[in-house]
Design a protein around this ligand. Sequence first.
Ligand SMILES: [Zn+2]
Length: 393
Amino acid sequence: MKEVNVKLISMVLVLVSVSIFILFKTDKNALVVALNKKNNISVKIEELINQNLDKELIRNENFNDKFVYLEFQKDGMCSSHFVDAKTGEEKYFLDYIKEEKREHFQTKIKDLLYLKYPNFIADILSLEDSQKTYQILQNELYIFYDNSTISPKVNEKLYLRVDYQEIQDCLDFPVSLGESTSFQDGYTYDKNKKSIAFTFDDGPNGEKTNKIVNLLEQNKAHATFFMVGNKMEYGKETILNVLNKGNEIGSHSYNHKNMKRMKIEDIISDEEKTKETFYNITGRELIYTRPPYGNINQKIKESLNTIFINWNLDTEDWLHRDKNYIVNYVMDNVNDGDIILMHDLYDSTVEAVEELLPKLYAEGYQVMSISELAKIKGKSLDAHSVYRSIKAD
Ligand SMILES: [Zn+2]
C-alpha cells in the first residue's frame, strides 16, 4: 500500500511539474510574440511618421484593436495609413470592409459618385484603380480622389462624403453613427458657384430634344425649353420626358409669329391656346413666355400675364450650324447669371451641348433652368417684366 501511495504521489508530482513547465513555456512564448507584434506595430508607425515628416500628423488612433489609423495633412490635402493592430503590417482601407460586403460597398460608392458628379467625372472616379484617400471621421467617411486623368480637367477638389449610416453593415470595425444627414446630390446647386441658364427654343422636336435632355441628365444640368404651342400636340411624350428629368417648359407663342406685327387680342388668344394645350398634356401651368425673335414692346408686356424671358448670350446656332463655333462662343463670353439661347433643332447644337456641359462644369459653372437660376440668385421674377439675365444684386 505504502509503495503504491509513493508511486501515485510521485506520478502526480511529475504531471504537475510538466504542466507548470508547459504552461510557463507557452506563456513566455505568448509574451515574446506579443512583444514582437507590439514592436512591429510601433516600428511601422514610426517608419510612416518618418516618411511623412514634411506633413503634419493629425491623427494616430487605435480602432478597436483592428488597426491604427494615421492621418497626415499638408496644404489642406489629407493622406491616411492603416497599420494592422495584430501584425503591424500596413493595410488598405478596403481590408477593413467585410469580405462578403466588398462588392456591395463598391457598388454603393459608385452609386453615390454618379449621384453627385456628372458622368464624365464619375466614370473616372468609379474606376477600381482610381487614386483615392480614405479619411475616417467621427460619423462619416470621406474619400478624396486624384482627378489627374479627367478630361476636361476639373478645377475643384473631388471627394465623396459617405455617412456611416449608409455603409455600416460593410465596415469591419465599429463606428459611431451620427444623425442621418441627407446625401448631397449633384442637383443640390451651390450658391457659391457660378450659375447660368440654358434655354432651347422652337421645340418640341422629338429625337433632338430628347438627346439634349439626356445630355443634361448625364451632366447634372437642367434647362428651360420654350416650346411652340402648335407643335406641342405632336410632341406629348417629348414634353413629358423634358419635365420628368427636372427641366421646365415655357411658351414660345402658338404659331411663332412676330408679336409686334400682331393684334393684341390675337396675341392674348394665341397665348391662351398655348397654355391650354400645355395644361391638357401636363396638368401644369406655363408661367414663362419667350416672344419669337425676342420681339416685344410695352403694349405686349402689359397685355400678357406672364414672365418674359429673353437672353443675353445668343449662340446664333441656327445661323452657323457649327459645333465649334457655338462651343467657342459660349466659353469665350459666358458669365455668372447669363441666359443662353439655343434651339433644339440642329445636330450641331446637340453636339455643342455635349461638349459644352463638361467644359462649363470644369470651369466651375452650374447649368440650370430659369426657375432654378432665379432661386439661387435670390430673385423673384415678376409678370409683365422682361429678363435677359438673372444676376445677384
Ligand atoms: Zn423661336
